[in-house]
Design a protein around this ligand. Structure first.
Ligand code: SF4
Length: 349
């Protein structure tokens, strides 16, 4: 089963020592013939620099995410996410626990950013996301991480929890492009994104990897720090992501080049609204939209204080979730999820 942002912590702790170590001995990464990353076209057209400036200016009155705190992060103020203006990075290393189109043979080049704008009570990375553990990194240092991951052979740069550090990511990308970055950016987000900010990323990000966590405003508010607008915000954000990059495209090796990959974590007692999610995807997007229905919910952080989510999901809850996807005609379910479904079915028989 794929590890995700939620299950990244254990792997990141193992690999965290790689942070800031230059991988000068690494060989060049695999080439994707006949393909150009989106950001390279934008840079060649002279438009990437404008996006960097546009994004950085937002930090003066931070409205990067739907919390819209309005604080001046450039002068040191911090908003709901508690993040400073420069990026804070917990770890950067090849990651082999993501979805197979991202992992391939050489791993997904993950950069795990500290702090978070959503801050769920069940967060499995709470020391990083809630407490902000990590090391401040300049745009130049983040660019070096990107290039090291490319030299290590990673198939992409997987930006985990990027929303609140988007200006740093764009600045780093431009520096890295000048030094030879040529693999796609994966925007690995909770889905709590403003459309205006996503439009700045149009033509820069090739692969969007959003969660859709809830379809019910009350659940979102209860378990994600008052974010009652999450279902509306996240679904609109996913539509914008799809408008930009379309359905998932793979190269001849099965590696993701471009497109939308949606994640949805099944939660106990139908808290995540999986049936509504499957219905929404089937009605709003092509039925072949890539969807990873994930079974790895576990009780973490403050989830113990909420009886409704203070247990793992049952086999029947996962099978029910997968059945809803089938019922609504979704045809591109993550293969790991499909194999787990088949395994559980055999165990039940
Ligand atoms: S990124 Fe942080 S400071 Fe900016 S609006 Fe969101 S929560 Fe507030």
């Amino acid at each position: 089963m794929p590890l995700t942002r939620r299950t990244f912590l254990a792997g990141a702790l193992l690999g965290g020592s790689a942070l800031f170590q230059r991988n000068t001995a690494a060989s060049a990464g695999p080439k994707v013939e006949g393909w150009t990353p989106a950001y390279l076209k934008l840079e060649r057209e002279g438009r990437l620099v404008q996006r960097v400036s546009q994004a950085r200016a937002i930090l003066e009155h931070c409205q990067l995410c739907p919390r819209r705190c309005g604080v001046n992060r450039l002068s040191g103020a911090r908003g709901f996410c508690r993040a400073p203006a420069p990026a804070v990075v917990f770890a950067a290393h090849p990651h082999f626990g993501e979805e197979m189109p991202l992992v391939g043979d050489h791993g997904s080049g993950t950069i795990f950013f500290s702090h978070c704008n959503l801050r769920c009570v069940f967060c499995q990375n709470w020391p990083i996301s809630h407490e902000g553990r990590g090391t401040p990194a300049s745009d130049e240092q983040v660019a070096d991480m990107m290039l090291d991951l490319q030299r290590a052979g990673c198939h992409n740069i997987n930006l985990v929890t990027p929303t609140h550090v988007m200006p740093s990511i764009l600045g780093a990308t431009r520096i890295a492009v000048a030094k030879g970055l040529r693999i796609p950016l994966v925007y690995n987000t909770s889905g709590y994104e403003r459309l205006e900010m996503l439009r700045i990323l149009d033509g820069i990000v090739d692969i969007y990897l959003p969660d859709i966590k809830y379809m019910d405003a009350r659940q979102a508010a209860k378990y994600s720090a008052g974010a009652a607008d999450y279902p509306e915000v996240a679904t609109q954000a996913v539509l914008e992501m799809h408008r930009q990059v379309g359905q998932l495209q793979l190269d001849r090796r099965g590696i993701a080049r471009r497109g939308l990959m949606i994640r949805h974590l099944v939660m106990p007692n139908r808290v995540a609204g999986t049936e509504q999610l499957a219905r929404w995807v089937a009605g709003a997007l092509p039925k072949a939209t890539y969807l990873n229905i994930m079974a790895q919910y576990r009780v973490e952080y403050q989830a113990y204080e909420h009886p409704e989510i203070a247990r793992g999901i049952t086999r029947e809850e996962f099978l029910e979730a997968m059945e809803w996807a089938r019922w609504h005609g979704l045809t591109n379910i993550d293969p790991h999820a499909a194999r787990l479904r088949d395994f559980y079915r055999r165990r039940r028989e």
